[in-house]
Ligand binder design. Structure first.
Ligand code: ZN
Length: 434
């Protein structure tokens, strides 16, 4: 059941340090001084886990929310035996986001994007009767569509046409959720461009992506799950990244745990990975550049076509912005791994053999990066390692359930006429917006 739970928190701008209440769906500093993330500060300095609340909301004391919604699952952390033995690791902890009922993992869209969607849609929101706009490479759209459909929240999702196979569902999607696509050849970046046009329509507002504190703290529940299960802050954090927001969220959760005081004072090294040949964050990080290095859009689109983990195809990551991945990795330490499609395949197979569930390709990239770290002795056999499996059990879920695919109401060209976009998209919601 949905219900009320009011977390005490305030927001702080990382540029000027100003503190303020969360009232008007704030995504950036109200002083507009310069680009920086906002951060939520919770009244509970020590994490309170409330098992009486459903799914993800057991972590509500560190989520910027004012209600609970139906249908959520929480990340599940367990100590690995099979994979750990194979890699010669003594303290490998797997935080699993996805579908694995035997382990208590009940995310029916199969990825940690559900953590984000259930947090964002429960955030204090003065725009609750307007249309939220979410651009996505696929998994985020699937998660938001589920949450918004089940809880009757008006939503426009914008996805590249080439990624539509990510939009599978077992239930009918409520008409309050509409889908538009960018024609074949376009990627996540093009979807963002189209979504920006839609946000110019009165009554439409951007979900905000990495700038949304609820999005990041929703992702951060993976670390809340891990640290509360392990009893201490791990030494290393492994995750495949597209925008890098998950790693930023992990770092922020890490700092909250240091303040909590019960789990140690170390910072997890951020061991993040990309799917080659598309590795723009690796290139910027290794050049010690806060800015992304310049790249050719055509080349980037081709690289994205090649990679198996499409969700990692972000050309504008949360990297250089104040409080973003560059700052996180400078502060906590870490490195960026490069994983080929073939290495990801091998890692996915190894996970099935040793742990017994299938992985979403991005999660297979993370496992492959851990294998590289072991081979190159970047972790010790007794290091405490958190492996964030950001998606899995999708094949298992699909084999147990009949799925159908959401079709786009409209497909737009790569460089659409803004006026046409605004007119057509507005019409989609004619009967929903009052
Ligand atoms: Zn500011």
């Amino acid at each position: 059941m949905s219900g009320f739970v009011k977390t005490k928190y305030h927001l702080q701008s990382l540029c000027c340090g100003d503190c303020f209440e969360d009232q008007n769906w704030e995504l950036s500093c109200p002083n507009k001084s310069h680009a920086a993330l906002l951060r939520a500060y919770y009244a509970d300095k020590q994490l309170v886990i409330n098992d009486k609340l459903p799914g993800l909301y057991k972590f509500s004391s560190w989520l910027p929310i004012h209600k609970t919604l139906n249908g959520s699952g929480a990340p599940v952390t367990f100590k690995s035996v099979g994979l750990a033995d194979r890699l010669g690791l003594k303290n490998l902890f797997i935080t699993f986001n996805g579908y694995w009922p035997e382990k208590g993992a009940l995310m029916k869209t199969g990825t940690f994007k559900e953590c984000e969607a259930y947090a964002v849609c429960a955030r204090v929101n003065s725009k609750e009767n307007d249309v939220m706009v979410v651009a996505s490479a696929g998994n985020t759209a699937r998660a938001f569509a589920k949450v918004c459909s089940e809880n009757k929240i008006p939503l426009l999702i914008v996805v590249p046409e080439d990624n539509l196979k990510a939009l599978w569902f077992t239930e009918n999607i409520d008409p309050c959720v509409k889908l538009i696509a960018v024609e074949s050849g376009g990627d996540y970046f093009d979807a963002i461009h189209l979504s920006n046009l839609a946000c110019q329509i009165g009554g439409f507002y951007p979900e905000g992506g990495s700038k949304n504190v609820a999005r990041r703290d929703g992702m951060g529940t993976t670390v809340l799950s891990a640290v509360s299960a392990i009893g201490k802050i791990p030494d290393y954090y492994f995750q495949a990244i597209g925008s890098g927001t998950g790693a930023v969220a992990a770092w922020e959760a890490n700092m909250r745990f240091i303040e909590d005081g019960r789990f140690g004072s170390n910072k997890m090294k951020l061991m993040v990975s990309q799917n080659s040949p598309f590795v723009p964050i690796k290139e910027a990080w290794e050049a010690d550049s806060r800015e992304m290095l310049p790249f050719n859009d055509e080349v980037a689109r081709k690289q994205v076509e090649e990679i198996v983990a499409k969700v990692l195809s972000n050309r504008k990551p949360t990297y250089g912005i104040k409080g973003g991945l560059y700052d996180a990795m400078k502060d906590a330490g870490g490195e960026v791994f490069e994983v080929s499609n073939e290495e990801a395949d091998i890692a996915g197979e190894l996970f099935i053999q040793t742990e017994g569930n299938d992985l979403e390709p991005a999660a297979a990239v993370a496992v492959a990066s851990l294998m590289q770290a072991v081979v190159h002795k970047k972790v010790k056999p007794d290091s405490v390692i958190m492996l964030n499996i950001t998606g899995g059990g999708i094949e298992k879920f699909k084999s147990e359930n009949k799925v159908s695919y959401l079709k786009p109401q409209m497909v737009f060209p790569l460089n659409p006429d803004p006026l046409v976009v605004r007119e057509k998209v507005k019409m989609l919601f004619e009967n929903i917006l009052v």
